[in-house]
Design a protein around this ligand. Structure first.
Ligand SMILES: [Zn+2]
Ligand SMILES: [Zn+2]
Length: 412
């Protein structure tokens, strides 16, 4: 708490984590640009503008969804634009390869051949990627169906309740995260559960998490389509190249070069596409949350989303326990203590997440808005109830996976 009053409504302003204060009541100053989180292009004035646009788009999307009925996998404008543009983009990629080869072979042994090599290098950097299971299993281990019947039973029940297909592969790793992807030309569905996240959730939160993740298989997520996924990977490379934190001078040079080859206009076009497809991704997250609530119940979904606000704190205590050679039970206990301790701050952190997590480059809406949207919907009972005993059985089945993750967490 700070002693200052909101200039708009005279409510005392608040702050969390040394952020610039805002008004908890009318949200004055909540949309303040924070260079620490909003730095993308490294050009303060542009970044500030982009942030403003992102804040506005995020708020508008939330208002639309909150005002309407629970949406299905409908055809949003962002989605249609993304699909059309993906086709164009892949055509551009092919054109780039053709141009590169032509320049390479034209008047062989002339300086223009070097240009051909550079164009081909850019084409390689921007090449579409469908993902490979092999890349995922390098960081995670497959959970065997035979040794984890309770876990697979749960996933089956959630799949039935949400109308989603079963994943082909279930992976567990040491990331404090969970995701689904569809990989390769065979479009294999993968569900990844990170041990440090999974282990600390209560039974219904686990149901909600699986519901959310499987929801991505049926919410029309543009990240999962063959065409859009490959185009997105190209767009992702553009964003990656444009993120100054990741590269420095070399990146600046490549960006300059890409801009020179494509012209500034084409680059701007690609950025617009990235932002459009990410808008649709954010929408897909809200839709997946609807399925989370359907499967695990609204209350558990909100608890799950609120836990995403304090992942840093949970990560700290889980690593501490892992280093002390403590297993999943201790992680959950320690995370529970952290969650209880931070409970009074949750409302403020939900608000603050809207300042810190808003970005044109973000694939997820701010966790605070996701919780808020679930809370505005009529309360849903859990379609799938996971009894404590079954949840404990799942933990027993995953013991070897937890131990592998524990060792990784302890050394990292
Ligand atoms: Zn105020
Ligand atoms: Zn998601």
């Amino acid at each position: 708490m700070s002693d200052d009053l909101c200039p708009e409504c005279a409510t005392p302003t608040i702050s969390e984590r040394s952020a610039e204060p805002w008004c908890p009541s009318c949200e004055w100053n909540l949309d303040r640009f924070d260079p620490e989180h909003g730095r993308h292009l490294g050009w303060a004035r542009v970044d500030r503008r982009l942030y403003r646009a992102a804040y506005w788009l995020t708020a508008r999307q939330f208002a639309e969804l909150a005002g309407g009925p629970a949406a299905g996998a409908s055809k949003s404008a962002a989605r249609l634009v993304t699909i059309a543009a993906s086709a164009l983009l892949l055509a551009g990629e092919v054109a780039l390869v053709v141009l590169g080869v032509w320049l390479l072979l034209k008047d062989f042994f002339s300086p223009v051949n070097i240009l051909g090599v550079l164009v081909l290098a850019v084409a390689v950097v921007l090449r579409p990627r469908l993902g490979r299971l092999r890349d995922l299993t390098a960081e995670a281990t497959e959970v065997d169906r035979g040794t984890a019947p309770a876990l697979f039973g749960l996933i089956e029940r959630v799949a039935a309740a949400t109308g989603a297909p079963m994943p082909d592969v279930v992976l567990m790793g040491a990331e404090q995260n969970a995701y689904t992807v569809t990989v390769g030309l065979r479009r294999r569905r993968v569900l990844y559960l990170g041990a440090p996240l999974w282990a600390v959730l209560d039974p219904q939160e686990r149901v909600a998490l699986v519901g959310h993740e499987l929801g991505h298989f049926v919410n029309g997520d543009v990240r999962r389509g063959l065409l859009t996924q490959s185009a997105r990977s190209t767009l992702g490379q553009v964003a990656y190249l444009l993120t100054p934190d990741r590269g420095g001078d070399l990146v600046a040079q490549i960006v300059e070069f890409v801009g020179w080859v494509f012209s500034r206009l084409a680059l701007g076009f690609q950025l617009l596409l990235l932002w459009t497809s990410l808008r649709d991704s954010q929408r897909a997250e809200y839709l997946a949350d609807e399925l989370a609530a359907k499967a695990g119940g609204s209350a558990a979904t909100i608890r799950l989303l609120d836990s995403f606000l304090i992942t840093d704190a949970v990560d700290t205590v889980v690593r501490r326990e892992a280093r002390a050679k403590q297993g999943a039970e201790a992680w959950r206990a320690a995370a529970g203590v952290a969650r209880t301790r931070l409970e009074p701050q949750v409302a403020a952190m939900r608000q603050l997440s809207r300042r810190t997590d808003v970005s044109l480059f973000a694939s997820h809406p701010p966790a605070g808005l996701r919780a808020a949207l679930t809370a505005t919907r009529p309360e849903q009972p859990a379609a799938v109830v996971l009894p404590e005993t079954d949840s404990a059985r799942i933990d027993e089945e995953l013991a070897a996976h937890y131990e592998r993750a524990r060792r990784e967490l302890a050394t990292a």
